[in-house]
Design a protein around this ligand. Structure first.
Ligand code: AMP
Length: 274
C-alpha cells in the first residue's frame, strides 16, 4: 500500500482515503464520491478494527461481505481497496497507541471508554500506510470526526479532513451497517432517533435555549417506544464537544443521541445553526 501511494505521489497525483469497516451502504459510497472529486487516486480501506470495540461489543458478529463491497467499489471505479489482515496491522508484540485526551472522554467516550483510542490508533496507521492528501469521514460519527480533526491538528498529519453529510433512508433512519441487526418491528422503532432529533431541532428553532429542557422533552418522546433504551442525548458545541449551559446565537451545535433498539446500539445526530 505504501509503495503504491509513494509511486502515485511521484507521479504528482493527489490521494484521497475513505476509511471504513466494510458492509458498505450508500452513506459510505457518498464518501467515496467526495474522495474521488477531491483527489486523483481514491483509496477505500476496509478493516474491522478490533481495538475500537469494547470487550462486550459486537466485534465478532460485526457484519462482513467482502465480495459485495468489492463489487460496489468497482462500480464506482475506486483506484485501490486496502484490506489488511488484523495480524498485519497489529503484529506480534504491538504496543503503540494514539490517545486524544479530552474530547474523547464525554458522550461516546463515557459509554465506550476505549473506543476512540482504537479509532485514533487505526486511523494513524491507515494514514501512514495510505499517505492520503485528503481523507473523508462522515458526520454520522460526529464526535469521531472531531477527534480525528483534533489528532490531525495536534500531530501535524499532512492531510485535509473532509466531513460529509449523513445519508438517510427515505424515512429518515441514518444508514448504518448495524441496521441489519434490526428486526422488522425494531426497524420501525429505530425511527425514533431521527424523530427525536428533529423535535429537538424544532424546539431550538422555537427559541428554547435551555439544553436540559430540550433533552428532557426528547427523552419523554423516546420513552414511548418500548424497545428503546437511551444511552444519552447531549447538546454540544459542534467544534469542541463541550456541553453548554445555554444555547447562544451565532454558534453551531450538535444534538447527539445514542440509543439501543432491542440489542442494537444506534447513534445519530443533527447539526443546528443557531
Ligand atoms: P464505518 O464503516 O461505520 O466505520 O463508517 C465509515 C465511515 O462512513 C465513517 O466516516 C462514518 O462516519 C461514515 N458513515 C457511516 N454511516 C454514514 C451515513 N449514513 N452517512 C454518511 N457517512 C456515513
Amino acid at each position: 500500500m505504501q509503495n503504491f501511494s509513494i509511486q502515485m505521489k511521484r507521479e504528482g497525483k493527489k490521494i484521497g482515503l475513505v476509511p471504513t469497516m466494510g458492509y458498505l451502504h450508500d452513506g459510505h459510497l457518498s464518501l467515496v464520491k467526495i474522495a474521488k472529486e477531491k483527489s486523483d487516486v481514491a483509496v477505500v480501506s476496509i478493516f474491522v478494527n478490533p481495538t475500537q470495540f469494547g470487550p462486550s461489543e459486537d466485534f465478532n458478529k460485526y457484519p462482513r461481505d467482502e465480495a459485495r463491497d468489492l463489487e460496489l467499489l468497482k462500480s464506482l471505479n475506486v483506484d485501490a481497496v486496502f484490506m489488511p489482515d488484523s495480524n498485519e496491522i497489529y503484529q506480534f508484540n504491538y504496543q503503540t497507541y494514539v490517545d486524544v485526551e479530552e474530547i474523547t472522554k464525554k458522550q461516546e467516550g463515557e459509554f465506550r471508554p476505549t473506543h476512540f483510542k482504537g479509532v485514533t490508533t487505526i486511523v494513524s496507521i491507515l494514514f501512514n500506510c495510505v499517505q492520503p492528501d485528503v481523507a473523508v469521514f462522515g458526520q454520522k460519527d460526529a464526535q469521531q470526526a472531531a477527534v480525528i480533526n483534533r489528532m490531525v491538528n495536534d500531530l501535524k498529519f499532512p492531510v485535509k479532513i473532509i466531513i460529509a453529510p449523513i445519508i438517510r433512508e427515505p424515512d429518515g433512519l441514518a444508514m448504518s451497517s448495524r441496521n441489519v441487526y434490526l428486526s422488522i418491528q425494531e426497524r420501525k422503532d429505530a425511527l425514533i432517533l431521527y424523530r427525536a432529533l428533529k423535535y429537538g431541532e424544532k424546539l431550538i428553532e422555537g427559541k428554547e435555549m435551555n439544553p436540559q429542557v430540550i433533552i428532557d422533552n426528547m427523552r419523554i418522546m423516546i420513552s414511548g417506544i418500548e424497545s428503546a433504551r437511551l444511552d444519552y442525548i447531549r447538546i454540544v458545541n459542534a467544534y469542541y464537544f463541550t456541553e453548554p449551559d445555554f444555547i447562544e446565537g451565532g454558534n453551531e451545535y450538535y444534538i447527539l443521541i445514542a440509543c439501543k433498539i432491542g440489542k442494537t446500539r444506534l447513534i445519530d445526530n443533527i447539526l443546528v445553526q443557531v
